[in-house]
Design a protein around this ligand. Structure first.
Ligand SMILES: O=P(O)(O)OC[C@H]1O[C@H](OP(=O)(O)OP(=O)(O)O)[C@H](O)[C@@H]1O
Ligand SMILES: NC(=O)CC[C@H](N)C(=O)O
Ligand SMILES: [Mg+2]
Length: 509
């Protein structure tokens, strides 16, 4: 079977490059998640791990690590934002802006790598983009080529600087930097294999195995090392690589995570997780990086496109449209705003409620709430105000922080709420932290009845309604969600049908 194909001038009609075979895999995988109720009952949910399950910590260095794994926290951990720019003298500043636009995808740490005089220079730090970078830091990042990353950890401690990407490593043919969004399901297997053969790891992140595999590969040139590596890693990966003279963008064959390509008017190429980042740096959207595609941008800004084999049916993460992405982005070719609005409208048809008006759980619930209100013929009010100074709570790394963050972040408007029956729309319930607190806040503000409406599906609705203290609770049934989104999406968060599980790897070294 063909190993890789080259796309000719970015059409989807590739020609064969060389040959190899691959196995296919489909087996559901569940994680039990314990959900604490207000009566101290523990509800069990199917996990929210999506396409990428969290590997257990069993590699030697992970077990021996001093890192503070203070929480076994099985949940949706999919985000992270990546950006790459080639051909602009302000590459690091553009990368900084792109990371700002992608901040909602990861708040734990940020980093940028540039190349100047053939040397890769990296600055990474814990915290938000604005906390990690300032003028003097950006002044140190010269050159017209850069990559960047905002992190929401899937593997490896969230609070350890060495796990913050991009990672940079040197091997016998040069240096390479990587920024990765995704989760490798065969990380443990790969890491154990590499450690047994003497590899020394610097981080506890799954992403690091990619660098080791590139260095170990016998293939040449560099692009074939990447392709060779992609044949060994399994799971979700949208990544950008930087070398002394190349920018490479790669998306896994299922296209789980988004990755788009744009161009600035000066010809510079820009890659980013979401189109909102292209908009901010004045890059025109060209197209998605196709699932299974490897795009190489050279110094003269010539571009080559390769296709990983075998090709797979797309399994884009439906949670990008539900929650992860910003509503001003177009993700997997579909406007996030339109998708969320549609979810809200269908929710209103499916689960109407007697109410005076509709409110949203800001920020991510707003568009679905607007859709719900317009379909229900009710007004939309700002019943909850969201602080500008608190980030996304769901992607905070620990339950302690999330508990405080919800209360710091959301405040009811008593003048709106008092004595009213309200429908409250949110995009999702994951751990229940937000909805439980919202119902309490609204009741304390004098709401007569609080009807929670959630624009995604979930299990155990009755118990959950009790536990969050709402007067009614309804979800958008999975089948309805599927009607909006159609084929080509991964619904594993809801139906447990995980497209990728660890499979044996063919080693040639
Ligand atoms: O059930 P939970 O565990 O509380 O998680 C779900 C909540 O978290 C998310 O919002 P988040 O605060 O992360 O982001 P936002 O501010 O962008 O809405 C989501 O929209 C829900 O409100
Ligand atoms: N959310 C992500 O995409 C995380 C990337 C990588 N697996 C990490 O843990 O850093
Ligand atoms: Mg939200």
């Amino acid at each position: 079977m063909a190993r890789i194909q080259i796309f000719s001038s970015f059409t989807e009609k590739p020609h064969v490059f060389s040959s190899h075979s691959f196995s296919s895999f489909t087996r559901p995988y569940y994680f039990p998640v314990h959900f604490k109720t207000n009566t101290s009952k523990s509800l069990k949910f199917q996990s929210k791990i999506s396409c990428a399950y969290k590997p257990t910590l069993n590699s030697a260095s992970e077990i021996n690590s001093n890192e503070n794994f203070n929480e076994i926290d099985d949940k949706l951990r999919e985000e992270c934002g990546v950006a790459g720019i080639y051909g602009d003298p302000e590459a690091s500043r553009l990368c900084y802006l792109a990371l700002h636009a992608l901040q909602h995808r990861g708040q734990e740490g940020a980093g940028i790598v540039t190349v100047h005089d053939n040397i890769l220079k990296s600055i990474t730090g814990l915290g938000l983009v604005s906390e990690v970078f300032n003028e003097s830091k950006l002044d140190q990042l010269h050159g017209n080529l850069s990559i960047g990353h905002v992190r929401y950890s899937t593997s490896g401690s969230s609070s350890v600087l060495k796990n913050i990407q991009p990672f940079v490593a040197s091997y016998r043919f040069g240096s390479v930097g990587i920024a990765h969004n995704g989760n490798l399901v065969n990380y443990n297997l790969l890491r154990n294999f590499l450690e047994e053969r003497g590899s020394i790891f610097n981080t506890s992140s799954d992403t690091e195995v990619i660098l080791h595999l590139i260095a170990k590969s016998k293939a040449r040139p560099f692009i074939l090392r990447i392709i060779d590596t992609c044949e060994k890693i399994q799971g979700a990966y949208s990544m950008v690589f930087i070398t002394e003279d190349k920018l490479v963008a790669v998306r896994d064959p299922y296209g789980f995570r988004p990755l788009v390509m744009g161009r600035r008017s000066n010809g510079a190429y820009v890659f980013a997780s979401e189109t909102c980042a292209l908009d901010l740096v004045d890059a025109t959207f060209e197209r998605e990086v196709y699932p299974g595609e490897v795009i190489v941008v050279e110094k003269d800004l010539s571009v080559q496109s390769f296709c990983l084999m075998p090709r797979r049916d797309r399994k884009a993460c439906v949670f990008e449209h539900i929650y992860f992405s910003l509503p001003n982005s177009v993700v997997f070719g579909l406007s996030v705003y339109q998708a969320r609005s549609e979810f809200g409208k269908i929710l209103a048809m499916e689960s109407p409620a007697e109410c005076d008006f509709v409110i949203a759980v800001p920020y991510s619930g707003v568009v679905a709430a607007l859709g719900y209100a317009s379909e229900a013929g009710k007004s939309f009010e700002l019943g909850l105000i969201r602080s500008h100074y608190v980030g996304r709570t769901f992607i905070e790394p620990t339950q302690g922080i999330r508990d405080i963050a919800v209360e710091l972040k959301l405040a009811p408007v008593k003048a709106v709420i008092e004595g009213k029956n309200v429908v409250v729309v949110d995009d999702s319930i994951v751990r229940g932290t937000t909805s439980k607190k919202i119902v309490k806040l609204l009741k304390e503000a004098g709401a007569k009845e609080v009807h929670m409406r959630i624009a995604t599906d979930i299990l155990s609705v009755e118990q959950l309604c009790d536990s969050i203290g709402a007067d009614s609770l309804a979800f958008l049934p999975l089948e309805k969600l599927k009607n909006v989104m159609g084929d080509g999406y991964c619904y594993a968060c809801f139906d447990g049908k995980y497209p990728v599980l660890p499979q044996p790897v063919e080693w040639d070294y």
